[in-house]
Design a protein around this ligand. Sequence first.
Ligand SMILES: [Zn+2]
Length: 430
Amino acid sequence: MNHNDFFDAGKETLGRAGLESYQQTRLQEMLNVVLRENPFYRKKLVVAGQTPTAGDLQELPFTMKSELLADAADHPPYGSNLTFSPEKYVRLHQTSGTKGRPLVVLDTAESWSAWKRCWAVIYRAAGLVPGDRIYVAFSFGLFAGFWAAYESAPDLGYRVIAGGGQSSVQRLHTIFEHEATVLLCTPSYALHLAEVAREERVNLASGPVRITLHAGEAGASIPATKSRIEESWGARCFDHIGASEVGPYGFECQAQPGGVHVNEMDYICEVIDPDTLQLKAPGEVGELVLTNLNRWGFPVIRYRTGDLVKLSEDEVCACGRTFRLLMGGIQARTDDMMTIRGVNVYPTALETVLRRFTEVAEFAGEVSKHSGMDELKLKVELEPAAEPLRLKAEIENELRQRLGLRIDVEMVLPGTLPRYELKARRFTRI
Ligand SMILES: [Zn+2]
């Protein structure tokens, strides 16, 4: 165990009982303030004058994103999930809006510091050291995205380079010119930059980047995608999970045990059956529910993330942390499921198969409903030198073997499918 790899070694290695007691204390401190001052949660949780306590957490109702959006519509523009007076809020961001109307989230100076602290945990766990130079391939705008990552880096002694407003070619030049050692972007965009590098005859694997850190999509936890990023960049690839409503809660450590740790200093995680709402045991797939303990200005209590995960058993990771792991990262989104001829299929399962083929440059799917059944049209774009006929047969065969489904693959010409800088939307319902 290298102590430089921890931000708060004491808490990151606390035993389960110590961790839970710490969480309970922090939750109670938060509830004391939130249930007194926050109109949204006061109305939702204080029933008939009865104020719940930290010990009641599992009896409290869940919070849905749709509730926060409805609340924002009822109390425009910021909703009533605000614990402090308006002048205390110094940051305004919003969700990516890839699925529907974006939700505006406000942060106080204190809650923003907590976001930055969470990033310190993420960076240290991935093995960054002072002197590292981070290139953030991200167009900084309203989306919360990598803002906290950008702002927390200098406090830790890393030099940070903002890659907004640059083309992919310019980004590659900047990475080489300023010898960036760390790349932050979505997994899709890391692969896209690798594609551009090949076209530009730039050898990324011999370049300066040694760590790539990804968010926004499941890719960095999908083994075939991870190894493809690592081979292209000659770097180690790390997954990170966050959401604007919750904050940056998940990180991968250097032991890479096949899962993403939940930062349990700052978040309480539960996994539930999305239909029965009962708690799932470790090892069972269910929906991740998070309570943040660090964002009193815009708290979420028992927030249903819509992400399907599998929690690890209670054991110590080889990195020394006791924080639980989401095995395989986010497995899927509850609303991404397709049912094709009676078989449930998630986009991550398709990506797992397709990324095994190094000749596959990009892919996209159109899902339509016919007589109540989902039908999938899968388009695959190959690298220019690949053989379409042979690969069509091989990919269809692999899909049949892995998913038990006959899926017709349409091969499309190089350069025809969209590339993504933000969250990729490869599967659309029509
Ligand atoms: Zn670990």
